[in-house]
Design a protein around this ligand. Structure first.
Ligand code: SF4
Length: 376
């Protein structure tokens, strides 16, 4: 598994099957989304001895595990189960953790809109998700009962976009916009598409991996527009990109909608080199261009997922030169408080040599760039 762009990883590298976890006992696959601790216990995903403690967690933070995701869980704490099953540690809040880590509330001019950057803004038509990630930075807000903009509120949010002509990109997020009906989604896409200054519409979703059948032809049709439409798929582990998930993504790609990938660097999910490599390669195989790898936002009770920045940089540095550049995400952090997103590297420029400019190769060896030296 070495070499340049032509290197091919084992398809199983980093998958749940490749972890050190013992073989799971067979359990029935649920036919419906599991939304409470009782159904997680009955499905064999949670040990009955944890029922009381986890009920307290589930009362605090929304829980949903759709069948497609439940089917991927071999052991409760494997890379898939860890992302969606409640855990006792969620009630332990570290001093640096914040209920609104990236300042959405402070930057919301009207309900459903977040305006952080001059040229783009978020539109959050609902706060419902197909599953509830235990590390979510909006975990204090998302949930099955939460934040669906009624018709009047949605029109106010769309009016905000109509009158802010400096905003050229509308980013649909939530919650998950693909939890809307195709009719309602089409209404939003059409309204944005009719605004002359909106040139780009971006949709962030976890539906293709969480509930692939939901992204059917009607849903994909609802996203069609003459404006530049981009879909950003949130996936954190190669196992999430099942054949059904890839087929759902293809329904978008067949409509000439490019799909980008975004992931969060998560302890126990993708913090190992083989797991990250498998995730990035699985995305590229599915024609999904890895876009962002996010440093975990400090949301309450998420410390068990934290990977230090130095470790994240070292992990990516080890993958550089081994994984095709097509698979290379930008490793970013959202600065707490709503100050924006910045890259975390790793970087390869070596500036410690006076006028000479040198770079480090993936193995850490320094090389002077002769042309730069001549100019200096
Ligand atoms: S799908 Fe997105 S918004 Fe919903 S819980 Fe997961 S990370 Fe949060």
């Amino acid at each position: 598994m070495t070499g340049g762009d032509g290197a091919v990883a084992s398809p199983d590298a980093g998958s749940a099957a490749a972890t050190d976890a013992p073989a799971a006992r067979p359990r029935p696959l649920p036919s419906r989304t599991l939304r409470d601790v009782g159904s997680l216990v009955s499905s064999g995903l949670i040990d009955p001895t944890r029922r009381d403690a986890l009920t307290a967690v589930a009362e605090r933070y929304a829980t949903a595990v759709p069948p497609a995701f439940a089917a991927l869980i071999r052991e409760g704490d494997d890379p898939i189960g860890r992302q969606v099953l409640p855990h006792e540690d969620e009630l332990v809040v570290a001093p640096h953790e914040l209920s609104d880590p990236i300042g959405d509330d402070r930057l919301s001019p009207v309900p459903g809109v977040v305006h952080r950057y001059p040229d783009r803004a978020l539109l959050k038509p609902l706060l419902v998700c197909p599953l509830y990630c235990r590390f979510c930075f909006r975990r204090e807000h998302v949930g099955p009962d939460g934040g669906v903009l009624d018709e009047a509120a949605l029109e106010r949010a769309l009016d905000w976009f109509r009158t802010h002509r400096e905003v050229g990109e509308a980013i649909l997020t939530g919650g998950d916009p693909l939890m809307l009906s195709p009719r309602r989604l089409r209404h939003i896409v059409t309204a944005l598409g009719e605004m002359p200054h909106i040139h780009t519409i971006r949709v962030h979703t976890r539906v293709p991996v969480a509930d692939p059948s939901r992204l059917d032809d009607a849903m994909a049709d609802a996203l069609e527009t003459e404006k530049a439409m981009w879909v950003v798929l949130h996936a954190n582990h190669a196992d999430e990109l099942t054949p059904d998930a890839v087929a759902a993504v293809r329904r978008l790609q067949r409509r000439a909608i490019p799909v980008l990938g975004q992931s969060v660097l998560l302890r126990g999910v993708n913090d190992r080199e083989d797991a990250m490599e498998a995730l990035l390669r699985a995305m590229v195989r599915a024609r999904i261009r890895p876009y962002y790898l996010h440093q975990l936002d400090p949301a309450p009770g998420t410390a068990r997922f934290h990977v230090p920045v130095a470790e994240g940089r070292a992990l990516l540095r080890r993958l550089r030169g081994r994984v095709t550049g097509l698979a290379w995400p930008t490793y970013v952090v959202d600065i707490p408080g709503g100050h924006g997103k910045v890259p975390l590297g790793p970087d390869y420029l070596d500036t410690g040599n006076g006028t000479a400019v040198s770079v480090r190769d993936p193995a850490g060896r320094s090389h002077v760039l002769a042309a730069e030296e001549a100019e200096g």
